[in-house]
Design a protein around this ligand. Structure first.
Ligand code: NAP
Length: 276
């Protein structure tokens, strides 16, 4: 990974932190995209100390704030002329209905719309830097989920954290496959991965018994799948993995019409121009 530039969102803790460590150990320059700069700086210092790689760069990425995301892209492009790897790792599983700065329901906003917006903004640089990669952290919970296009943001239905999280993780699969199709032949590989059930802060709002780490993977083990997608040579695009094993995603995730409907809906919600 020497001379490669990577962005890992949510790199201050959990799977993102261990993934950043793995990339730094392989010699990459890693931009730690963190919403909280204090936590981000503590993580950066620890990663530099433990990997000996000084090229861990902290930059603010707040997926719940489109203006800040735009600001991040401007700063990133002023500092780096290439982007070899974009890892959409950051995610939330709130238990109550809350909103992003832009008024989107938080789970949908942070887990889907933010990454969609960031990818849209960085796509020209990813294409310029080809061969390059996008890795999306999804969940096997997408198998049980649906996308309710009439009420994506729980304005009508009663909010349920698990349903909102599952829907957002199905959106991650639909987005991955939709993006892979759009980038076919352009040298940008796009894949999604379920990391396993990992003891992290993702369940920080869950009842105490659900936060028990017993029987769960460590964050380092959880980072193995994403690291595989980020670094293994000759990887095909548009695939779903569980850990390091490629699998078929849910039939709902494979549905091209749903992928395209989500794509068009996301562009409209983000006030981005429709596709030609
Ligand atoms: N853990 C599991 O069992 C599991 C299973 C399947 C899939 N996943 C997926 O794996 C990914 C990583 O999760 P994790 O388990 O490592 O969870 P985690 O320990 O809670 O880490 C989540 C990261 O996302 C960041 N984040 C939250 N809101 C953000 C925002 N608005 N903007 C930017 N960053 C934000 C957090 O920052 P703060 O620390 O500042 O909050 C944190 O760095 C997620 O996409 C999750 O859905 C996890």
């Amino acid at each position: 990974m020497k001379d490669k530039v990577a962005i890992v969102t949510g790199a201050n803790t959990g799977i993102g932190f261990e993934l950043a460590r793995g990339l730094l150990e392989r010699g990459a320059t890693v931009v730690l995209g963190c919403r909280d700069l204090k936590k981000g700086e503590a993580a950066r210092a620890q990663l530099v100390l433990e990997t000996g790689n000084e090229n861990a760069v902290l930059m603010q990425v707040d997926l719940a704030n489109l203006a800040r995301l735009r600001n991040f892209v401007t700063k990133f492009e002023a500092r780096f002329s290439r982007l070899d790897l974009l890892v959409h790792n950051a995610g939330v599983w709130p238990r109550t209905r809350r909103k992003t700065e832009d008024g989107f329901e938080l789970t949908f906003g942070v887990n889907h719309l933010g990454p969609f917006f960031l990818t849209h903004a960085l796509r020209p640089l990813l294409e310029l830097s080809a061969p390059s990669r996008v890795v999306v952290l999804t969940s096997s919970m997408h198998f049980e989920a649906g996308v309710d296009f009439d009420d994506l943001q729980f304005k009508v239905r009663r909010f349920h954290g698990g349903t909102a999280y599952g829907q957002s993780k199905l959106c991650n699969v639909l987005f991955t496959l939709g993006l892979a199709r759009r980038l076919e032949g352009r040298g940008v590989t796009v894949n999604a991965v379920h990391p396993g059930v990992v003891a992290t802060e993702l369940s920080r709002e869950a009842p105490e018994n659900a936060r028990n780490p017993r029987g769960k993977l460590t964050p380092k083990e959880g980072a193995e799948g994403p690291l595989h997608l980020a670094t293994s040579p000759d990887l095909a695009s548009g695939q779903y993995f569980e850990g390091t094993r490629q699998k078929s995603p849910s039939p709902g995730g494979l549905d091209v019409a749903t992928q395209d409907r989500l794509w068009a809906t996301s562009l409209a919600l983000l006030k981005l121009p429709p596709e030609a």
